[in-house]
Ligand binder design. Structure first.
Ligand SMILES: [Fe+2]
Length: 381
């Protein structure tokens, strides 16, 4: 059995750690560019962290212009702002969009490459400046992955993948996730569960380390998502969700995602459906579709989430899919495309776009042709 496994070299998992961020990062950088969005600023989430940077004598620049599904022009503006500040390090503070933007800034701030030149796998040349990431949602796992997803001017989702995209340090402070509203807790938590499931069932690069991480992640996430939704200040549930999302991130960074993500991306591109919600919408139909090809693995995941089924692989796999669907529905997440503004006449375009995302589709346990994709979208319209 041969495999590779990479992850970030340093993780601090400590509730309250953001309050001592200055002390944590001061050996790595003196003039950080702090990358976040206006939602994080408005919720006051970053105040204590900025105060601690100042107290540690760090001369930081705050870039708070990150937008969801980071558009290339916003990322370029952020790189420029970091250059003007002569930043010697980058701190990404927020959801996946802020962390993805921070990763790209760290790669390009001292580089002659353009953003367009680094799209794809292993296109980043040279080293980046020090990079520290703090997630404020429990979903993307971006703090421990080697990918940024950027939206081009013509609405294409482009991935930047490479070893430089792994941060030097991830700081996980569950207190930052306490104020997430229910619909965000639910959608991001389901996205994290999708990462675990797709990593465990990927056709390529499945490996025992990712498997161990994915099963632990799925157990934590599936058994805590309801408490995190119902009791937002339940810090233990929040810690479990944050840990689960990170473990799932480590898993899928090495054993990549598949059709749920491929089907979700066109919903983000054409209807601005948030990434987590788009994944939540497509999870149940894709699991049902995959069951004939993935039954033994789904049966194992059924044991992980307590589906308690007996019988052959098919029966246990069906119980897994039913239980997953039930866990997601209980959070109150939307389950129909029509609820997010998708209408019947655009489904062919969505299906066409989804099957083109070969980077993800090739990992799916069952091949997805155009007709399959169209049927899957139709099923949840
Ligand atoms: Fe995702």
């Amino acid at each position: 059995m041969n495999f590779n496994f990479d992850t970030v070299p340093n993780i601090i998992f400590e509730t309250g750690a953001a309050s001592r961020l200055g002390e944590i990062v001061k050996e790595r950088m003196q003039r950080p560019c702090v990358v976040t969005d206006k939602g994080v600023i408005g919720a006051g989430l970053i105040d204590r962290a900025l105060k601690s940077l100042k107290a540690a004598g760090l001369d930081y620049h705050l870039f708070d212009g990150v937008e969801a599904d980071p558009p290339a022009k916003v990322v370029k503006g952020a790189i420029e702002a970091a250059r003007v500040h002569k930043a010697d390090g980058v701190i990404g503070f927020g959801g996946g969009s802020s962390m993805d933007t921070a990763k790209v800034i760290a790669c390009l701030i001292n580089s002659s490459q353009t953003l367009e030149e680094i799209y794809g796998m292993d296109q980043v040349r040279g080293a980046r400046v020090p990079l520290v990431l703090l997630p404020t949602t429990s979903g993307t796992g971006s703090e421990v992955t080697n990918i940024s997803v950027i939206t081009t001017d013509d609405d294409q989702k482009m991935g930047v993948l490479g070893p430089q995209l792994y941060a030097d340090l991830a700081v996980l402070d569950a207190s930052l996730t306490l104020s997430m509203p229910r619909h965000v807790t639910s959608a991001t938590g389901i996205d994290a569960m999708v990462h675990a499931i797709e990593a465990y069932t990927t056709k390529f690069k499945k490996n025992p380390v990712s498997d161990a991480l994915a099963t632990k992640a799925l157990k934590l996430l599936s058994s805590n998502i309801q408490a995190a939704c119902d009791t937002p200040d339940d810090i233990e549930a929040r810690e479990a969700m944050l840990l689960g999302a990170m473990l799932a991130g480590q898993a899928f960074a090495n054993a990549p995602c598949a059709a749920v993500h491929a089907m979700a991306y066109p919903l983000g591109v054409h209807f601005h459906v948030p990434h987590g919600l788009a994944n939540a919408l497509m999870l149940a139909p894709v699991l049902r579709f995959n069951t004939p090809a993935a039954a033994p693995l789904y049966a194992e995941l059924g044991d992980v989430i307590g589906a308690n089924a007996t019988g052959d692989f098919e029966a246990r796999a069906e119980s897994f899919v039913a239980k997953m669907t039930e866990i997601c529905a209980a959070t109150g997440v939307k389950s129909r495309l029509s609820e997010v503004g998708v209408s019947h006449n655009v489904l062919p375009k969505l299906a066409e776009d989804a099957v083109k995302i070969e980077r993800l589709m090739k990992n799916n346990p069952r091949p997805v042709a155009y007709d399959d994709a169209l049927a899957l979208y139709t099923e949840v319209l």
